[in-house]
Design a protein around this ligand. Sequence first.
Ligand code: UDP
Length: 336
Amino acid sequence: MILVTGGAGYIGSHCALSLIEQGYEVVVFDNLSTGHKQTVETIKNITGSNFNFINGNLLNPEDLDETFSSRNIDAVIHFAAFSQVAESVKDPAKYYRNNICGTLNLLESMRKYNVNKIVFSSTAATYGEPVRIPIDETHPQNPINPYGFSKLVIEKIMDDYDRAYGIKSVRLRYFNVAGADAKGRVGEWHDPETHLIPNILKSTFANSKTFQMFGTDYDTKDGTCVRDYINIEDLISAHILALKYLEAGGKTDFFNLGTKSGNTVKEVFALCEKVTGKQIQVETKPRREGDPAQLVADNTKARQILNWKPDKTLEDSIKSAYLWEKKLQENLKSNY
Ligand code: UDP
């Protein structure tokens, strides 16, 4: 059985669904602080008996004890974390306590119950301001906000837990995750939403605020920031490969997950107009604090060692995100 922490959230829910569809038994552990009970219900309805849900908090060791003691857990995929950069600057204590202490509790339970494999959702934010593009895994890690630092500390802790206790980890450093399940069953649902694609798409619905484009004076081809948008289903396929890699006795390692090509905010905006068939209102705003001009992944290592091949386009991601967003807006209207 695979323990998926944060499985009621955006990335974790896609992973839980995909694991079950590939024949794994899954237990989702989530305190529903940012994840949604409706997402858990959706997964339950689709998958039935191969799915268990625990409403638990990583900061409560008793919740973890209950989870590990009553199940035969083979490996952990760990998503549960706070992930908003701006919030982490305002309230670092929240990020250090939840992300770092929560992961320490999880690792302690793994030690106690002899579980020695973990796939961890890390981030390109561990690199900080890029000194070269594309960013490969040997790029210096100098995070510039508490969110990125919390993830880097966890990566270091995982190295020590391998050396001392033999817990093997794969850390997946995400670039910009985009899109939703192609069938529209689960998708991105943050409140407040801070990410580019959902914010552009949301602005096309009645009573939504106008899309704000942050920063048009960067040193890039059209003045807006360049990001590497990796499709959620491609991202999840890397998690399953990472799990299989650990199951096959793979050593502790870390990989970038991105496409190796970047798109500007204006390019993403234009593609959203194409996919929705709407002319979208936009307000130009000053730069958002802490946004580097460019972030693009070198994904060679994941291709070579995990045998990973991302194959979805940015347009695929926007199409699936739009399908999901339409459904979410409908559901929210009917008190979902
Ligand atoms: N962005 C924007 N308006 C928004 C949200 C994001 O212009 O409502 C820009 C943001 O400044 C950055 C890019 O879109 O240049 C990607 O931002 P996002 O928050 O999606 O991801 P990040 O790169 O911060 O992880």
